[in-house]
Design a binder for this molecule. Structure first.
Ligand SMILES: Cc1cc2nc3c(=O)[nH]c(=O)nc-3n(C[C@H](O)[C@H](O)[C@H](O)COP(=O)(O)OP(=O)(O)OC[C@H]3O[C@@H](n4cnc5c(N)ncnc54)[C@H](O)[C@@H]3O)c2cc1C
Length: 383
């Protein structure tokens, strides 16, 4: 027999977006009766999520603050032609700690271990013979139908490594593209998690999403050896393929996720250039906690408008992605990033925050194009 549970807000999906929203509601709207519905034993899956500190507005920082595991006051990039240190802060969240902290911070009756089978703006049927009747439902179950998007891929294997001696790094290396260029634009990403502990990710901006796990693991081992780091243990591992959006049908993508209100990847809320969704998940949570009317229809309408506006902002970044993926030879994609990282730090900060000014855009596109001019013009004409 089906049991009905009533609440103010039902959030389906206790990943990054759903988890941050639930936490934000517990702080700002403790009067509400919320349910965070997640079928897995852990909130957040298996990820290391990172973000540039400048991507989060100071007034929204509280939403992410309790979950931060590591924070650095700068980062490095390395290319064949130059190396550079930036003083923009960088921070990481590890999903196992995200789960532990979220369970401590949320009211005890908010987490529900179940899978959502059917959703409407005000009802969720669960696979546990329970129906949740809510004033509003928010769907945060991860990506919707990717066939509506035209994408390239940022794919990677990351490993947390124990070393026999201190590594000597004082800041993350966000891109070390001085490595051999393979399968598109390749770079290594390194986070110093402790004096003798590193997270190393072998990353590719590639046309396909497939990876050969063993091959990438070997490349990580080779990279560590070349840096003089003696690895004594692999402590954990993650892999993924993030969409780098080149174009697509936003309305089709939105509709493919159902008619309830949506947040996170399901709402297409990820930065077009990087595939990162954390900053937008924080802004979305800040928006929702400030809304008075949290009824299903209003949430669906408001969040659709919010996501559609972000998709518009992403237009310029999708154009750049098309330049990188369609106009540049795969082996020469790195030239685009090598040049980009000679630009001014504030311009780069605004770029990652999705806040490039008209002048920034002109600056990024102007100058000697690192892609063949004929192909660059073709991409522009198609736009
Ligand atoms: C390995 C990896 C690393 C990443 N690193 C970064 C990064 O450094 N910075 C960044 O900003 N972004 C990063 N991303 C991209 C993006 O931020 C993450 O994918 C992020 O987890 C997306 O958040 P989300 O809440 O939309 O989806 P998810 O975090 O995937 O959450 C979806 C949740 O819904 C649950 N779910 C699924 N089906 C159901 C159901 N039927 N009922 C209820 N719940 C369900 C899932 O179990 C999951 O917990 C990374 C992605 C990957 C894959």
């Amino acid at each position: 027999m089906t049991r009905t549970l009533t609440c103010d807000l039902a959030i389906t999906g206790g990943g990054l977006a759903g988890g941050l929203l639930a936490y934000a509601l517990s702080v700002k709207r403790p009067d509400l009766n919320v349910r965070l519905i997640e079928p897995e034993t852990r909130f957040g899956g298996n990820h290391v999520w990172s973000f540039f500190s400048a991507d989060i507005a100071p007034e929204d920082r509280w939403i992410v603050e309790p979950f931060i595991d590591h924070e650095w006051d700068g980062y490095d990039v390395r290319f064949p032609k130059h190396r550079r240190r930036f003083d923009t802060g960088y921070a990481s969240i590890r999903s196992e700690n995200f789960d532990t902290k979220l369970r401590t911070l949320l009211p005890a009756d908010w987490p529900v271990k179940a899978g959502a089978v059917d959703l409407s703006p005000t009802r969720v049927s669960l696979d546990t013979q329970v129906t949740v009747a809510a004033t509003g439902v928010i769907d945060a179950r991860g990506a919707a139908d990717g066939r509506f998007l035209d994408v390239g891929w940022q794919k990677f294997l990351g490993q947390e490594l124990q070393l026999s001696a201190p590594h000597g790094l004082t800041a993350p290396i966000i891109m070390d593209a001085s490595v051999p260029q393979l399968d598109g634009y390749r770079f290594v990403y390194v986070l110093p998690f402790g004096l003798d502990r590193l997270f190393i990710e072998d990353t590719y901006y590639s046309d396909g999403a497939a990876i050969d796990r063993d091959e990438l693991a070997q490349r990580i081992a080779d990279y560590a050896k070349a840096q003089g780091w003696d690895v004594t243990a692999v402590l954990s591992e993650e892999n993924g393929a993030l969409p780098v959006t080149l174009g697509g049908d936003f309305e089709g993508y939105w509709a493919s996720g159902g008619d309830a209100a949506k947040i996170g990847m399901r709402a297409g809320m990820f930065q077009a250039a990087t595939g990162y969704s954390l900053p937008l998940a924080v802004r979305t949570a800040a928006k929702i906690v400030s809304m008075q009317d949290l009824s299903g229809e209003v949430l669906a309408r408001e969040l659709h408008a919010f996501a559609a506006a972000e998709w518009q902002i992403g237009k310029f970044y999708r154009l750049l992605n098309r330049m990188a993926f369609r106009a540049a030879e795969p082996a020469e994609r790195f030239l685009i990033y090598q040049r980009f990282y000679t630009l001014r730090p504030k311009l780069i900060e605004r770029f990652y925050a999705g806040k490039s000014t008209l002048f920034d855009k002109a600056r990024i596109l102007a100058g000697k194009p690192p892609v063949p001019i004929g192909r660059a013009l073709k991409v522009l004409q198609e736009t």
